[in-house]
Design a protein around this ligand. Sequence first.
Ligand SMILES: Cc1cc2nc3c(=O)[nH]c(=O)nc-3n(C[C@H](O)[C@H](O)[C@H](O)COP(=O)(O)O)c2cc1C
Length: 264
Amino acid sequence: MEIDHQRWYQGLGIRLSRRQYDPLIPIPAENLSIVKTTCADFRPFPEARVEVITDSPGRIFDFILGSYGVIRNPYAALAFIGDMRQPHVQEAVGYTGEAVVLEATALNLGTCWVAGFFSPAAVTHRVKLAPYERVLAVSPLGYPLAEKTLAEKALTGFANSRKRKPLTELISGLSEEQWPIWLKSALEAARIAPSATNRQPWRFFIEEKAVTISTDIGKLDFKVSKRLDCGIAMLHLEVAALYSGIHGRWELQDSPQVARFSYA
Ligand SMILES: Cc1cc2nc3c(=O)[nH]c(=O)nc-3n(C[C@H](O)[C@H](O)[C@H](O)COP(=O)(O)O)c2cc1C
């Protein structure tokens, strides 16, 4: 399956992490089936896959004492799974997982990448993993509550969700007047990608006919790899480029670089 840029582009600007769901609205079977088809068919990297979980998905988020339950009442969940033998597994999972997130967004479903507090054991009870696979993150899936509850607002504030670094802080290389016109919107699309604790670890080096994404240096990864965040930003950049008619290709790179997008 190719990137469905016509469908996913709109989602770039409207997607937000949603943590609390309406328990009374089920996901219609046809929409769930579309999400499952995207999981099965969008496999640009063999080392990354996404599974849909519908069997008591709330259990996956019952991590601390149950009462911490920041994620409430998801109708389903996504599990973002990687083959840990592969060196580029993190960015592959970020890229592949965000495609499913953007498809869910196109179906008006809420999502939230969760790599911190979830129960890997609850996932492995529901999804069969190979010994070399790991669940790198999960997401609730469902119809979010129309209004954010106070708890959700507090968490959004805690994650400093809405704020993004200005593009000028993130780029180096060719100056803006030397860019092709479409590039700014593609970089903006990458800039607004979600990242763990909204840390936005991506940096962009602009050359003639290429953009390289790297992780910021000097700050620790903590538990979640910055390469996963950068994989998400890679997909955003490519969706926006395709929307402007630009076809490029990614070459994965070693740390601190993540990947280089070159186009004709
Ligand atoms: C890899 C990754 C891991 C995340 N882990 C968590 C998490 O454990 N708990 C949580 O509430 N939000 C988590 N988030 C959501 C971020 O806090 C959120 O994406 C960020 O604050 C930006 O907000 P937005 O998604 O609404 O644009 C995670 C996001 C990413 C991309």
